[in-house]
Design a binder for this molecule. Sequence first.
Ligand SMILES: *Cc1c(COP(=O)(O)O)cnc(C)c1O
Length: 389
Amino acid sequence: MTGDPFASMLAPMFAQLRDQNLWRRREVRSSPQAPSVQMDRETLLSFASNDYLGLANDPRLVEAFCQGARRYGVGAGASHLLGGHTRAHHELEEALAAFAGTPRALLFSTGYMANLALLTTLCPRHGQIFEDRRNHASLLDAAGLAQGDRRRYRDVGGLRRALDAAAPGGLVVSDGVFSMDGDMADVPALLALAKAHGAGLVLDDAHAFGVVGPEGRGTPAAYGLGYDPALVHMGTLGKAFGVFGAFVASSADVVEALIQRARPYIYTTALPPAVAVCAQAGLALAIAEEHRRVELAERIRQFRTGAAQIGLRVLPSSTPIQPVVLGDAARALGASRFLRERGIYVPAVRPPTVPKGSARLRVTFSAAHSRDDVERLLGALSALPGDVV
Ligand SMILES: *Cc1c(COP(=O)(O)O)cnc(C)c1O
């Protein structure tokens, strides 16, 4: 007998991951998130962050964080319901509700937890969940935890058929911007179908808030939709707003239900108040500094034009997520390695995160990227060897 039962238990899994080119490793960054990063002692031009507006290292936000820590200390010290809920959290919730155009908003520590909270609270056991098959892992996990009766759909037509075949009610659940493909869900169609069926729509706008729609108000606003109590809108504070945390914006009833019943809300420590102070400053900058969205859109356009000239297969996307599909995992890894040798950091995304045969380079842009940064990326991509492209 050996003293380590885990070693033999885990060995087959490790062998399989290595065989299939699916072994993952973390890189150690020693600089702020920015176009130029220090990674494992190299300086790299990065196209990997979700810091779409270039706010994660903004000196004004660093100062807001410090001020928040000086006022509140560093830890909330308790959950929201047991004394951890501060004025900083409360004011941020009010600002988020105003931004999203909903009666209320509720803060969560992470988007992952917000999604677990939403589906476990809004879906009764065996309740119907209609989910896009490309939904973020946190939504898929949430549907599993909710023990709902799950139907996966591929597109709006598939959703219509699934709803037609089902009893009224339930939840339609979708990303607003799909995190691996970068395209936007047809939110008006999803909402209309859901409502016609007596169902609610849960929309995860993690990649849209701050970026998509007027003043970055998200995918419903991009389609011209206003407040609708049938729509529950979720977003994160760790992407375009540059900080950390997440929120749900919705009717007062849905927020109250989450406060009363959602275990990922109730049984966890509140965010550090300084994070809330800082996130409120990030939200204000994201709203006010329209030039960031303009610059971001220019970089995206520049990349798409250049990539088309090279003949790369870039998925149709108008968002900062621009996937270059290469096929199998080995190719995507090879391309990522090729760029890395030229000082450019673009991660390869492989199954199971994306479907088999669609491994890709996931290029993401930030308002902080310059024209020259994008030119440098295009130059390196145009030199990708034929056995990779
Ligand atoms: C990033 C992301 C989340 C998780 O948000 P965190 O705050 O990072 O936990 C949820 N949904 C989508 C679509 C995301 O991209």
